[in-house]
Design a protein around this ligand. Sequence first.
Ligand SMILES: CC(C)(COP(=O)(O)OP(=O)(O)OC[C@H]1O[C@@H](n2cnc3c(N)ncnc32)[C@H](O)[C@@H]1OP(=O)(O)O)[C@@H](O)C(=O)NCCC(=O)NCCS
Length: 188
Amino acid sequence: MIGLTYFKRFRMEVELGRVLAEPVAPDGYRLIPWRPELLSAHAEAKYHSFRNGIDANVFPCLGENEGCLRLMREISQKEGFLPEATWLAVQDPVAAAPEFCGTIQGIRDRTGMGAIQNLGITPEHRGQGLGRTLMLAALAGFRSVGLRRAYLEVTAQNDSAIRLYRRLGFHKVRTVYKAVEAPSMALR
Ligand SMILES: CC(C)(COP(=O)(O)OP(=O)(O)OC[C@H]1O[C@@H](n2cnc3c(N)ncnc32)[C@H](O)[C@@H]1OP(=O)(O)O)[C@@H](O)C(=O)NCCC(=O)NCCS
């Protein structure tokens, strides 16, 4: 039987004037600004970041390779898509091919606010400051095109992401519930 599951999520916002730190990538990593040829690299990083996480239940396309490609195409074709707020994190190991280990994308919404789409770091590269660096780079991108405020939505169970956003100055402004069609699952 198909039922609706509701996921509790928070909308969090930040004043862009308050974000001061420079985005400095940890040793061995670099951030690459958006260009269209990197679409599949972003999709790959997104898929490996989200496939086993809570958000793959909330947005099933995040749990599929093809779904992540589709999502990246949609995001990059949106009217307000901001290349300045869209970054790829790469590791360049000695004597090995570069590895795509994180992605963030930003758009300008219809009200003129910056909207973070998805921030994801692949599991092997977490806990070193890459998530923070990518977020700082996206926020700097919003600021560079004159935006004053930015927001994102995060699933309430995602404690580590919420901690990261709080440290960067984001605060909760409201709770929203995302309805997802699923074979009879309990209310979360
Ligand atoms: C949420 C997410 C993006 C965080 O990425 P990350 O690269 O691990 O983030 P950071 O390294 O900047 O911060 C994570 C932790 O590492 C710690 N850390 C940062 N730099 C560190 C360093 N040099 N040494 C040790 N610890 C460090 C931070 O203090 C933080 O600790 P905390 O979780 O106890 O608060 C990542 O876990 C992820 O992709 N999750 C799955 C997808 C997802 O849920 N995305 C968010 C959707 S809204």
